[in-house]
Design a protein around this ligand. Structure first.
Ligand SMILES: [Zn+2]
Ligand SMILES: [Zn+2]
Length: 213
């Protein structure tokens, strides 16, 4: 069983983040996690740099991207670079399929109001059965059901939808600062050592999500 924070943003690849990669790794180690994953906004760490971090810290470090698409924020694994046309979810899916990668819909019910400090009302009353009909849930490999920047209601609805559709689930802090790391984690039943392993476990549905603190 491995505990991994699958959703971390570092600076400068994610300009909105105040988190230095070395600091993020040390913090995750200090929390007793088994690994972390950098998913930068529309950008990806070069493979060599991640390898160097992993060797220096003797820690599992995975990488992906959080791509801004017309279907929302999609976490992707298996791709080596960002392209502008990935804003089109269809296009992104074509790229992912060509490398046998994996996709996770990130924080599917995040209300923009919440980001501005309030809980908003956008999704009040939305039933899981109705929300489950959104096309994106039928096209991704997993749903991020616990996100550290979401309200409990938004996370709860994501979990209900994932259960309703029998989809794989993940959790991550969406950390942009040191203090946020590890708020939610993904549990992976089998031991994994790289992104290829992660993709396989996601596609087999062998991931769970939980709150860490
Ligand atoms: Zn996002
Ligand atoms: Zn994010």
């Amino acid at each position: 069983m491995m505990l991994i924070d699958l959703h971390i943003h570092t600076s400068p690849l994610s300009p909105c983040s105040a988190l230095d990669a070395d600091e993020a790794i040390e913090t995750a180690k200090g929390l007793g996690l088994d690994g972390i994953c950098f998913v930068e906004h529309d950008a990806i760490w070069p493979k060599g740099e991640i390898k160097a971090f992993a060797q220096r810290h003797k820690f599992l470090i995975l990488r992906g991207m959080e791509v801004n698409t017309n279907y929302g924020h999609i976490m992707v694994f298996g791709l080596e670079e960002y392209r502008e046309d990935m804003y089109s979810f269809d296009r992104l899916l074509t790229y992912i399929q060509s490398v046998n990668g994996a996709t996770i819909i990130a924080h599917p019910f995040r209300d923009p109001q919440y980001l501005r400090g309030g809980y908003g009302i956008m999704h009040w009353g939305l039933k899981p059965e109705d929300a489950s009909q959104r096309p994106v849930f039928h096209l991704v490999d997993a749903v991020e059901v616990f996100n550290g920047h979401n309200s409990p209601g938004e996370n709860g609805l994501a979990l209900e939808v994932a259960r309703h559709l029998g989809l794989a689930i993940t959790g991550g802090s969406d950390a942009h600062t040191k203090e946020e790391i590890g708020a939610y984690v993904t549990l992976i039943k089998n031991k994994i050592g790289d992104e290829e392993d992660l993709i396989r476990e996601i596609k087999l549905g062998k991931t769970e999500a939980q709150r860490l603190f």
